[in-house]
Structures are given as C-alpha cells and as structure tokens.
Ligand binder design. Structure first.
Ligand SMILES: C[S@@+](CC[C@H](N)C(=O)[O-])C[C@H]1O[C@@H](n2cnc3c(N)ncnc32)[C@H](O)[C@@H]1O
Length: 257
C-alpha cells in the first residue's frame, strides 16, 4: 500500500497544499449538517474526520492503509475523542458498515487512487449499497486542464522543514502524466541534509492517481444508481463552469426505497 510510506510526509503534504484548507471547511460543514451515521472513505490520518470529532460529531473512517489508520487512531487517543471515532481497514470497493450511512464522503481526490473506470464504478456501487435510502454521497476529483497538466509536470520544491532528528529536509514533487489513460504517477522525494547542506539521504514516495472528466463522473454516478444533486467548481459551492472551475465537487443522493 503506497500510503504506508507516504504517511511519513502526509502532514507536510497537506500543510503545503492549496486545496486542503477549503476542502476541510467544506466537508466539516457537510458533516455538521447531517444527522445519522457519517462515513469518510480514505479517512487517512483523520485530518478532516478528527476535526469533526473534536466538534462532537461521531465519525466512521474507512482506509486501506494500516499506517494511516494507526496515525488516525493515535491522534484520536491523544485528543481524547476515540469514543467518537470508528475506524475500518478496508477497500473503497468492498467496505461494509455496521449500519447504513446517511452521508458517505470521499474527499481530496481520493477516488483517483482507483485508476480504472471499472474500479471506480465498483467503489460507487459499494457506496450506494452502504447508504441508507435518501443518503448522500459527496466526493471531489481533480479537474484536469492543460494548465494543471503543465503545472504538475514541472518539478516543484514543495517544502523545507526540520526532521525529528534535527536535520533539515527538502520535499520535492513532480508527476508523470498520461493523458490517454487519465492516470499519473506523483513522485515525491525527500532530501535529508547535514548541517553543511550535504545530501545524506534521499527517499522517494510515489503515488498512483487518476482523474475523471466531469462527464465521466456524472455517468458513473448515474450508472451506479445516484441522482446528481449538484456539481460545484470549488469548495465555496460555486456552480461548476468548466472555464472557471478549480475542482469538480459532486453531491449525489441515493433514492428513497
Ligand atoms: C489523499 S488521502 C486523503 C486523506 C483524508 N481524507 C484527507 O483528506 O486528508 C487518501 C487516502 O485514501 C486511502 N486509500 C487509497 N486507496 C484506497 C482504497 N482503494 N481503499 C481505501 N482507502 C484507500 C489512502 O490510504 C489515504 O489514506
């Protein structure tokens, strides 16, 4: 599981990403509006789910990475909110909840970790099966534009920070983008430096990701039984306009039985 290694840099990664602050506020609001079981798929280290639990919201988190889940559990314990947090180690395509959910979310482009349309369809079918009648499903995906493709292909110095051992570190990133298959390899490397700036160690942590075009996302939702309620172009709920949008944020509902 790629995220077992990526977990070590996840804090730096999210602290230095432009979309993490708006997506946090958006999903916290959705959780606060829902009464009943709320489930975050790809809960990771609990960046969003634990913020909701700190506000008193009971949360269920699903993730395939044992290391990310361990971080989430340790943070919940440290903050004294374990009683509000249920964690399930499972895949998006096969997770089973103890009771049907009123809201399932899949934040931060995480559906993209399933890199084929078939796998994404299986995940959406499973989300639909695990929702209560009338329940909501919310997810966001990359909106891949020529400008974003070009940006992601560049090498970026993402962050400069101090490691727990006192050494300085630089975190770099670039991506191999395959437009034909709508997949990418996001390659990060962390350089650990000694006091005189000499490279002591370099660690690579690649991630496999993919993206949907908006019309594919709508078709997948409809094929798997959802009614689309809204598509936003950002986390402020601006109506989706392909010429202006930064993201694709989908809100869908399972019909009443
Ligand atoms: C980008 S992180 C999102 C974490 C958190 N939701 C957030 O917004 O910070 C994606 C998470 O999805 C998990 N993940 C990736 N593929 C998965 C799969 N097939 N099934 C379950 N979890 C998966 C990873 O382990 C990782 O924790």
């Amino acid at each position: 599981m790629e995220y077992d290694r990526f977990a070590e840099i996840y804090d730096v990664w999210t602290d230095t990403a432009s979309s993490t602050s708006p997506n946090l506020a958006f999903y916290l609001d959705a959780y606060a509006r829902t009464s009943g079981v709320v489930v975050e798929l790809g809960v990771g280290d609990g960046r969003i789910a634990l913020a909701a639990a700190r506000q008193g919201r009971a949360m269920t988190g699903v993730d395939l990475s044992a290391v990310m889940l361990r971080r989430c559990r340790e943070r919940a314990e440290r903050d004294g909110i374990s009683a509000l947090v249920t964690l399930i180690e499972a895949d998006f395509r096969t997770f089973v909840l103890p009771e049907p959910a009123r809201l399932v979310t899949l934040p931060y482009h995480s559906l993209g970790h399933l890199t084929t349309l078939e796998a994404k369809r299986d995940a959406l079918r499973q989300v639909h099966a695990q929702l209560a009648p009338g329940g909501q499903f919310i997810f966001d995906d990359f909106l891949m534009t020529p400008a974003r493709l070009a940006y992601m292909r560049q090498v970026h110095l993402r962050a400069e920070y101090r490691l727990p051992n006192g050494h300085d570190a630089l975190l770099w990133v670039t991506s191999l983008m395959d437009e034909a298959s709508q997949t990418m390899r996001v390659v990060t490397w962390e350089d650990e430096l000694d006091a005189s700036g000499v490279l002591l160690r370099r660690q690579y942590r690649p991630l496999s990701l993919s993206w949907l075009r908006p019309e594919q996302a709508r078709t997948l939702l409809e094929e798997t039984g959802f009614a689309v309620e809204a598509c936003y172009g950002d986390f402020s709920r601006t109506a989706f306009d392909p010429a202006q949008a930064d993201e694709q944020v989908w809100v869908a509902r399972k019909g009443q039985a």
